[in-house]
Design a protein around this ligand. Structure first.
Ligand SMILES: NC(=O)c1ccc[n+]([C@@H]2O[C@H](COP(=O)([O-])OP(=O)(O)OC[C@H]3O[C@@H](n4cnc5c(N)ncnc54)[C@H](O)[C@@H]3O)[C@@H](O)[C@H]2O)c1
Ligand SMILES: [Zn+2]
Length: 680
């Protein structure tokens, strides 16, 4: 297409392409952290190959198009591969796959060749050496000739046998792919995200990065697996009739080496295309990620006859699937409110085809993720769409950041109901705090309100709630109480009798307990037991609503996070409006008044203690319960008003603060004495 290109122009372009490919190789193979998607790399690689064939005078053995991987990094001992570990040629469409088959038929002078088909696992290549059946060494592919010694790490992979079974050659090198199954990858990333640790963009990077850890204990904690796809050195060499690649894999399996169960021997090229289509269709359902199918000429003698070119065997090809990661532009960010109030930033993208589908939105997960990515509106971003998972932004190409980009502002008010957005310390998710009021959360809130352990409204199921909300008859729980029999009877499949029963059930729910009422409000992390504790502790809704975070933490089982949720819930004016509507008027919800704990008569009334460090005679919760039973308050933080700090073993900052403020410090023995004296 570019025949008019001058030699000088081609040379300049090629030089730039080679520089970039070299840099990307380094990021991908040495740092295990590519900065561009494979699709982009493959385009540049194809362009470099094209220029080199158009201008043979520019070809060079030093070009990345002639090389495999990257040389060993120096961080590990170096291993020399007796038989080079090469790469594979690629076919990106049916035409080039057909062309490959034709070429092989011509070169071998045979038609109707037999093939071995294997999924192209997306991980990292390793060589594992067995001597007398014992694993003695494992290495990365490196630049194909020299790799890195990663024996200690490979030993930690659960399905890699340390010892083979049966009649094994004295020296046997097994080659295959180390990969991270999709489930393990998602679980790993989810946890890493929670802990604020490094998140991997895809299972390949995760596998390669985990494999090249300097501390094998880290590798051991990563969910890696291995499938063999070839034999390397074999000594003494085995003399077999009709030696085939497939047969060798089955032999490895007999010796106890795991081989991908999708491996097939195929007799025709049609069967190859069928296999490809079938695997592609099942791609998302496989438990590991694959980026194509590898077809290998099955007969070993034909393989040997065909031999190699610089970086790949002539007798094999990787027929790739459409790429799962692509480049595009981030045009803007919207914020969506989920059924539970979680606010998710959604990237609006310049539409791009990813894995065969046009993608124009992708998730950015949460504020931490935006920060981790360092992404800004206007950026060049990498989108990934794998399997049935919603597309996500997994990276930013900083080299291509335009001059004018904008920071992404996380909203402080819910985009649906304008209630305050709450983000609890230590939690990644930001939420709308208008739980009872927010239209996005309405159905969920009503379903919870009516549920058996909450207000227990017989006959008010999820389907019915959906209809009530969709007709806008009910926007918040208070409005349930003004529904009429006539209104309900007009709903499809609802007779007058059932409508009457429903109205009666709704009415009956008005008489409840404070604990059930609290539970029914659907405050985050306030389950039945916590609602019960809150009710017992505060005895009245008014005093609960007035409590500050310290006071809330005095309640049994209420820690910082729950206290924050409860506090924020009652500070959101929209929620107060709904609560007010529920407890006033002639259809008010009501409960028997609990007697306030009579504090004045108890020995430790008016005192506030803080517990810190580890106690030996009892747990901190037990100590808290005993102090509270004697009328004391137990707070989470030390202030000048604290009566005493009980310091167990390994007490930390709270003890220091007590000393700084001159608050009395009690040992565990002092505490026991105090409890004994007060009790007696
Ligand atoms: N994003 C980037 O910056 C970047 C940089 C370098 C390379 N890459 C990607 O890597 C590719 C080149 O890497 P490569 O040289 O490792 O080649 P490759 O991944 O295209 O193919 C060779 C590799 O496939 C693997 N493989 C999986 N299943 C196999 C099987 N059943 N039989 C044989 N091999 C199997 C082996 O590890 C083997 O080394 C490029 O096409 C590009 O997509 C990306
Ligand atoms: Zn809202």
């Amino acid at each position: 297409m570019t025949t008019s290109l001058s030699l000088a122009a081609a040379e300049a372009e090629l030089e730039d392409l080679r520089d970039r490919l070299q840099q990307y190789n380094y990021e991908y193979y040495v740092q295990d952290a590519p900065s561009v998607p494979d699709a982009e790399y493959d385009r540049l690689f194809a362009r470099a190959t094209e220029l080199e064939s158009q201008f043979p005078e520019l070809a060079s053995d030093e070009s990345p198009t002639q090389k495999v991987g990257a040389p060993p990094s120096g961080a590990f001992a170096t291993v020399t591969h007796e038989v080079p570990m090469l790469s594979l040629d690629n076919a990106f469409d049916q035409a080039s796959m057909e062309q490959f088959i034709r070429r092989i038929e011509e070169r071998s002078g045979e038609q109707g060749l037999r093939w071995c088909a294997e999924p192209k696992l997306d991980g990292a290549a390793v060589s594992i050496l067995y001597e007398d059946g014992k694993l003695v060494r494992a290495a990365t592919r490196g630049d194909g000739y020299q790799g890195e010694d990663i024996t200690a790490n490979v030993r930690t992979i659960k399905n890699v046998p340390l010892r083979l079974r049966g009649d094994v050659p004295a020296r046997l090198e097994v080659r295959g792919e180390v990969f991270m199954p999709v489930a393990g990858f998602s679980a790993y990333n989810e946890k890493a995200r929670e802990l604020g640790e490094k998140v991997f963009a895809n299972p390949r990077n995760a596998a390669a990065g985990s494999l090249r850890q300097l501390d094998s204990r880290i590798t051991a904690r990563r969910p890696l697996q291995f499938y063999a796809y070839a034999m390397g050195e074999v000594e003494p060499a085995r003399e077999l009739d009709d030696d085939s690649h497939y047969q060798r894999l089955m032999q490895l399996k007999d010796w106890g080496v795991p081989v991908c169960p999708e491996t097939r021997q195929l007799d025709t090229s049609d069967a190859c295309f069928e296999y490809y289509a079938d695997i592609q269709q099942r791609r998302a359902a496989l438990r590991y990620e694959i980026d194509g199918v590898v077809f290998k000429l099955d007969a070993i003698d034909l393989q040997q006859q065909l031999g190699f070119v610089s970086r790949a065997p002539r007798w094999a090809i990787a027929y790739k699937f459409p790429a799962q990661e692509e480049l595009t532009w981030l045009r803007g960010v919207d914020f969506q409110v989920g059924r539970t109030g979680a606010i998710t930033p959604v990237a609006r993208l310049e539409p791009v085809t990813v894995a065969g589908v046009t993608v124009s939105n992708a998730t950015l997960h949460n504020a931490d993720e935006i920060e981790r990515l360092g992404v800004r509106i206007g950026d060049r971003v990498i989108v990934r769409r794998a399997g049935d998972v919603i597309p996500q932004v997994v990276g930013v190409v900083l080299d291509e950041r335009p001059a004018s980009t904008q920071a992404i502002e996380f909203p402080t008010q819910c985009p649906v109901c304008q209630s305050a957005v709450e983000r609890v310390e230590g939690e990644a998710v930001a939420r709308c705090s208008g739980g009872l009021y927010c239209a996005a959360q309405r159905k969920q809130a009503l379903m919870h309100y009516a549920s058996r352990k909450a207000m227990d409204i017989d006959g008010l199921g999820d389907k019915l709630i959906e209809q009530l909300v969709e007709r806008e008859w009910v926007q918040s729980p208070a409005e349930l109480y003004s529904l009429t029999t006539q209104q309900l009877a007009s709903l499809p499949r609802m007779g007058t009798k059932s409508a009457q029963n429903l109205v009666a059930a709704i009415d009956k729910s008005r008489v409840t307990t404070l604990a059930k009422f609290l539970y029914s409000l659907g405050i985050r992390e306030v389950g039945e037991a916590t609602a019960q504790n809150l009710a017992l502790h505060f005895a009245s809704l008014d005093s609960l609503m007035a409590a500050d975070k310290d006071a809330l933490q005095e309640v049994n089982d209420v820690g910082v996070v729950v206290a924050e949720h409860v506090y924020a819930f009652f500070r959101e004016p929209h929620n107060l409006t709904v609560i007010n509507a529920l407890i006033s008027g002639d259809k008010a919800v009501s409960w028997p008044q609990l007697s306030a704990p009579s504090q004045s008569e108890q020995p430790l009334s008016g005192k506030t203690y803080v517990l810190t460090g580890t106690l030996t005679e009892m747990t901190r919760d037990e100590a808290k319960a005993q102090l509270m039973a004697l009328g004391a308050k137990v707070a989470g933080s030390v202030s000048a008003k604290t009566s005493g700090v009980v310091a167990g073993e390994k007490a930390g900052s709270k003890l220091a603060k007590a000393e700084a403020l001159g608050v009395p410090v009690l040992s565990e023995a002092d505490l026991l004495a105090l409890l004994g004296a007060a009790d007696g």
